[in-house]
Design a protein around this ligand. Structure first.
Ligand SMILES: [Zn+2]
Length: 445
């Protein structure tokens, strides 16, 4: 999980990706009020009032109040079972066991995700609730939980021990309070959310022919008010231009990759600069490093450049990508036209990073219900940008948010990671209400 603002007690190093385009909570709430016709806002408010007043939901809330110690015990057990990148299998098996113990048959898919389904009334619609299994910590990291008063410390305890536990608590109270839902709920403990995992678990979930998912709520780390509604996407390349190379005097006329690269960067900067000031979401581009070549009196065999492009709007990100490719193609053609001997230049764009961009508009039913669920528990939502499992559905136009699993964390992604039980149950109550409202409560006969 990477988020871009922190009212929770979180530390700085994670926020290195200094995206600046996030909006303030107030700004978003104003936009929300403007975006939604009053009649629809009233409908959602009435629906939430019904959910909150329903006897089974009240029973679920009462059960949450009894689960503090259980959730902490689960958190410790899960955290002490290491789940390094690409090595989540042991924790996946244990999570599968915990789900079974809670009364849910489940399976582990080919990517390694643990999946369980809470059937609805058969209408076919599905709400996915997702928490990632993996941590950023390598094999051999000491994950023993140390605890003092209400503070529990170990790498990964909050991110994402807390998210996994919040999902278990949700599943348990839906079952014990016999809550009937219209839509199916697909519980997913995902693999590969962090860094080099490149969101592979949720990418697999959203493959062609994967399970139908209409809405998506990820639970990631601590906090009770955070709602991630936008993901700033990024595409990064190491762009290689290659040719036969040769002596600067003796082989003059051989196509020169350095010249072509300079030309490509010139065209890219020209066209991208014009594009990014057109109306729309912030979009940025940067050639961060260039290199290659052999010596001052050699025509290079190869030159390269590293390029980073970002936007929260997938269309604008895709357009920057097109501009880059067109600039390179044009430069190669022009440079090859100057060639009087030797083989032509070729370009090889090597993609070195990709996180899809996306956003869930404030007027979607999901964001409205998440907002009302928090308000019902006295919490003001804090809308943010971030990079989480929700990037994938957002990029495909599936309404998605990421919320916290409760409590407060510090030192995420560091060996000093700690979690404090500071009224953590309120986040569980938020999650129960947003899930029931989104999946649709079947009223008692
Ligand atoms: Zn996380």
């Amino acid at each position: 999980m990477v988020t871009l603002r922190h009212s929770e007690r979180s530390e700085g190093p994670l926020r290195l990706r200094s995206f600046t385009a996030f909006r303030t909570t107030v700004g978003i709430l104003v936009a929300l009020a403007l975006a939604l016709p009053q009649a629809r806002a009233d409908d959602y408010a009435a629906e939430m009032a019904n959910v909150v007043a329903a006897p089974p939901v009240r029973e679920a809330m009462r059960l949450i109040d009894t689960l503090d110690q259980q959730t902490i015990d689960w958190m410790i057990e899960l955290t002490e079972l290491p789940a390094p990148p690409f090595k989540e299998a042991d924790r996946a098996k244990f999570f599968s066991y915990l789900l079974e113990e809670t009364g849910f048959d489940n399976e582990i898919d080919q990517a390694g995700n643990v999946l369980a389904r809470i059937p609805g009334d058969g209408n076919g619609r599905t709400l996915a609730i997702v928490a990632h299994l993996d941590t950023v910590f390598p094999e051999g990291t000491d994950v023993k939980v140390r605890h003092h008063d209400s503070e529990y410390c170990a790498p990964g305890i909050s991110d994402n021990g807390r998210g996994l536990v919040a999902m278990l608590a949700l599943a348990r109270v839906i079952k014990e309070a016999s809550i009937g839902l219209r839509n199916d709920i697909l519980l997913v403990a995902s693999v590969g959310e962090e860094g080099i995992g490149d969101l592979r678990g949720v990418r697999y979930l959203f493959r062609d022919g994967g399970p139908r998912i209409d809405e998506f709520i990820a639970i990631d780390g601590a906090g009770s008010s955070r709602v991630t509604v936008r993901s700033v996407g990024s595409i990064r390349y190491k762009l290689h231009i290659k040719g036969p190379g040769g002596h600067s005097f003796g082989a003059f006329g051989t196509a020169n990759p350095a010249h072509a690269l300079a030309r490509a960067i010139y065209y890219f900067d020209q066209d991208a600069a014009e594009f990014v000031v057109t109306p729309g979401e912030k979009a940025t581009y940067n050639v961060g490093r260039i290199g290659g070549g052999t010596s001052v009196n050699s025509i290079p065999f190869e030159n390269w450049a590293e390029v980073d492009m970002r936007s929260a709007d997938p269309q604008r990100l895709a357009r920057l990508d097109e501009i880059l490719k067109a600039s390179v193609d044009r430069a190669i053609v022009e440079q090859n036209a100057r060639r009087t001997e030797g083989a032509p230049l070729v370009s090889e764009p090597e993609r070195i990073g990709f996180r899809p961009a996306g956003m869930t508009p404030m007027d979607t039913a999901l964001v409205q219900r998440v907002t009302l669920a928090m308000k019902a528990n006295g919490i003001d939502p804090d809308f943010r940008d971030g990079s989480t499992d929700a990037n994938i559905p957002m990029s495909q136009g599936v309404p998605a948010v990421t919320v916290g699993g409760g409590g407060q964390s510090s030192g995420a992604h560091s060996l000093r990671e700690c979690w404090v039980d500071d009224n953590s149950r309120v986040a569980l109550k938020n999650i129960v209400l947003m899930t029931i409202a989104s999946a649709g409560l079947v009223s008692a006969p």
